[in-house]
Unconditional design. Structure first.
Length: 219
C-alpha cells in the first residue's frame, strides 16, 4: 500500500489478511517523538488492520515532534498550549477522513491509539467527533477537558469503546491525572476503568498484550 500525500506525514502497514472492508488503526505518538515510535507495535497487532502511524505537525529542536507546545514558565510552572492542541485535534479529525478515503478503509471501524500527548489528543478527537471513532487505546495520558469541542457532552457515545492504562510510578504524567478520565467517561455513559501497571512513563509488556487482546476483540 503506497503512502499518499495527505495533510499529515505518516507511515503505513497494509493488512496481511484482507477483509471485505478494511478496519484501520491510527497511531499518535507522544511529545518529542515521531511516527516510528509506536509503529514498532504494528507487526504484533491484528493482521486484518491497516495501521497508520502519524507524525505530529510541529517539529522540535534538535529532533522529534509535538502535537502542541508545552511551556515551562517560572510563574505558571508547566502548561500546555490549548489553542494549538485544539488545532491539532481538528487536523487529526480531518486527516482520519482523508486517509479513510485515500486508502479505501472502513469508516465505521476506525480505532485510534495514543501515547502520552498522543493520548490527550486521542481523547479529544474521540469525544469531540465520536461518529468518526469506534475504539480508543489511551496509554499514559489524561483527559484535558479544555480541548474538547463545545457542546461535546451532548454527542452520541453509544458506539465508542475506550481502553486506558497508566504506569503507577509515572513521573511525567501523574497517575492521579489519568484516574480522572474513567470517572469523566462514566458520566458520558462510556464504561471503562484505568488499567494500572508497575512502570513509569512507558508501556509494560503485560500492558501491550492486554490492549492487543482488547483491540482484537473490538475490530
Amino acid at each position: 500500500m503506497e503512502t499518499q500525500t495527505l495533510s499529515l506525514h505518516h507511515i503505513i502497514k497494509a493488512p496481511s489478511v484482507q477483509k471485505e472492508k478494511t478496519p484501520v488503526l491510527f497511531m499518535f505518538h507522544g511529545y518529542g517523538s515521531n511516527e516510528e515510535d509506536l509503529f514498532s507495535f504494528a507487526s504484533e497487532l491484528p493482521e486484518t488492520l491497516c495501521i497508520i502511524s502519524v507524525r505530529a505537525p510541529y517539529p522540535m529542536q534538535p529532533h522529534g515532534n509535538a502535537w502542541y507546545a508545552i511551556y515551562f514558565d517560572a510563574a505558571q510552572g508547566k502548561f500546555s498550549d490549548d489553542a494549538q492542541a485544539i488545532e491539532s485535534r481538528d487536523r487529526i479529525a480531518q486527516f482520519i477522513d482523508e486517509a479513510v478515503a485515500a486508502y479505501d478503509l472502513d469508516a465505521s471501524n476506525v480505532s485510534i491509539l495514543g501515547f502520552s500527548q498522543g493520548t490527550i489528543l486521542s481523547y479529544a478527537v474521540a469525544l469531540s467527533y465520536p461518529q468518526k471513532i469506534k475504539n480508543v487505546i489511551a496509554l499514559s495520558g489524561y483527559l484535558n477537558e479544555a480541548i474538547l469541542a463545545e457542546g461535546y457532552a451532548s454527542n452520541d457515545f453509544s458506539n465508542l469503546s475506550i481502553y486506558c492504562s497508566h504506569g503507577t510510578v509515572d513521573q511525567v504524567i501523574p497517575i492521579d491525572w489519568a484516574l480522572k478520565a474513567p470517572e469523566k467517561l462514566q458520566t458520558l455513559g462510556i464504561a471503562t476503568e484505568l488499567q494500572q501497571f508497575p512502570v513509569g512513563h512507558g508501556v509494560a509488556p503485560q500492558n501491550f498484550y492486554q490492549f492487543k487482546e482488547w483491540l482484537a476483540d473490538k475490530v
